[in-house]
Design a binder for this molecule. Structure first.
Ligand code: HAM
Length: 421
């Protein structure tokens, strides 16, 4: 019997994990600089939270959730995204009562969606996301977008495009919705069964359909931007103005409809334009959700946020042929000859590591030549050879692997030597 990782999941192995750690470091640094404090919520929540939060008519809730009954008979769901959980926590811990609003939160962790597996689409993936809850200042919309863009810039991505749209407020959406129903209804039988059921429940989602993308009625569908009322249009203008101030270029796409129900006003996606990335080019998605906090049982607290998967960021880097600057240098490999030198090596390794010098020794009793080869394979900066003679003289022979220079250094001087050369 052979076991494999479950479909849609992956093992992240040494070699890859260094890249993950580098991205995580970039993210932690930027969250610190932008003041988004980390929040950690459970991996599972009550199913109803997502039905309400993400929305009953979305693909996520209808088709993609990992839902099960626990032993107490409760319906539980592995979180498909982070916003609903963060908003639940904001309400549960009465963060709306804190003096400084918006409350700016960030999170990073696995999310679960039962989707068809393809490059860039997994069933378990790691999202980094932020939520700024408790303000409807258009400047915070721009700040959130800037943070996302800066993550990609800091990772070294160049072929990046920001697309924004406004979904307007409730009044705008109601009018637009009526127009959409009128537009699609006479021909709805030409659309897929999903779109047919979306027509009455959530016609905006038809615009996001992957099956009917080429239908001529898609291109002529009424655009939300044409329905924006004065307040919504002015809000959108201010967001764009702040983006201009920040020097962030963007495209406005009136058909940018996000797959989650909670959005209004600003929505955005960040895409990779790198060739060879494959069909999935959206790296990050987000938007404003005034109304979600109330939906989850809190007082009126408008919010905005985004989420991006680390997997897609790394794929985009690969497509651009960019390497992350990862640091996993082995400083010292200690080559041993016999039991006595092994004992000394264990002692030296411990004193090096205590000073932050990364150290490896042989645990397979290999011959000297094989140990030298291992040191080379592992990219050691120094090789220390301990033999009978060295032990007798209380010195180690230290070889710089790059220059080939070799010196004999007294044991008590080794740490100092390694730190200063
Ligand atoms: P979303 O568009 O569903 O939005 O997902 C955001 C990002 O998560 C995507 O752009 C992509 O990077 C990543 N992602 C989603 N599904 C997968 C998958 N199957 N495999 C790999 N990566 C994936 C949200 O989740 C919202 N909660 C974003 C948000 C936060 N809006 C406001 N605040």
């Amino acid at each position: 019997m052979s076991f494999k990782v479950p479909r849609g999941t992956q093992d992240i192995l040494p070699g890859q994990t260094e890249k993950w750690q580098k991205v995580e470091e970039i993210i932690r640094h930027l969250c610190h600089v932008y003041r988004y404090q980390e929040i950690r919520t459970p991996i599972f929540e009550s199913t109803e939270l997502f039905q309400r939060g993400v929305g009953d008519t979305t693909d996520i809730v209808q088709k993609e959730m990992y839902t099960f009954e626990d032993r107490g008979g409760r319906s539980i769901t592995l979180r498909p995204e982070g916003t609903a959980s963060v908003v639940r926590s904001y309400v549960e811990h009465k963060m709306f009562g804190q003096p400084d609003q918006p409350v700016k939160l960030s999170y990073m962790g696995p999310m679960f969606r039962y989707e068809r597996q393809q490059a860039g689409r997994y069933r378990q993936f790691v999202q980094f996301g932020v939520e700024a809850i408790g303000s409807k200042d258009p400047a915070i919309d721009a700040e959130v977008i800037a943070l996302a863009m800066n993550v990609y810039a800091a990772a070294g991505l160049k072929d990046i495009k920001l697309v924004i749209n406004s979904l307007g407020d409730h009044e705008v959406r109601t009018k637009h919705r009526e127009a959409l129903v009128k537009h699609f209804e006479p021909h709805i039988h030409e659309f897929c069964p999903d779109c047919q059921s979306r027509l009455k429940k959530n016609p905006l989602r038809i615009l996001d359909c992957k099956m009917d993308r080429e239908h001529p009625l898609m291109a002529t569908a009424p655009a939300l931007t044409d329905y924006l009322n004065e307040g919504s249009a002015s809000y959108f203008d201010q967001v764009k103005n702040y983006l201009d101030i920040l020097g962030i270029s963007y495209e406005v796409d009136p058909n940018l409809v996000r797959g989650l129900d909670y959005y209004n006003h600003t929505t955005f996606e960040i895409m990779s334009t790198a060739e060879g990335l494959g069909a999935i080019t959206t790296l990050c998605g987000g938007g404003r959700y005034n109304g979600l906090v109330e939906e989850i049982g809190g007082p009126e607290s408008p919010g905005i946020g985004f989420a991006m998967s680390i997997e897609r960021l790394l794929l985009a880097l690969e497509a651009e042929g960019k390497e992350l600057n990862t640091e996993n240098q082995l400083d010292v490999f200690i080559v041993t000859m016999d039991a006595d030198s092994k004992r000394k090596a264990v002692e030296l390794a411990s004193s090096f590591r205590a000073k932050g010098i990364s150290t490896e020794i042989d645990y397979s009793n290999r011959k000297m030549k094989a140990q030298m080869k291992a040191a080379d394979r592992q990219g050691a900066k120094w090789v220390i050879v301990l033999g009978e003679q060295e032990l007798a003289e209380n010195v180690a022979s230290v070889k710089n692997m790059e220059s080939g220079n070799q010196e004999k250094i007294p044991f008590h001087d080794l740490v100092n030597y390694l730190q200063t050369h």
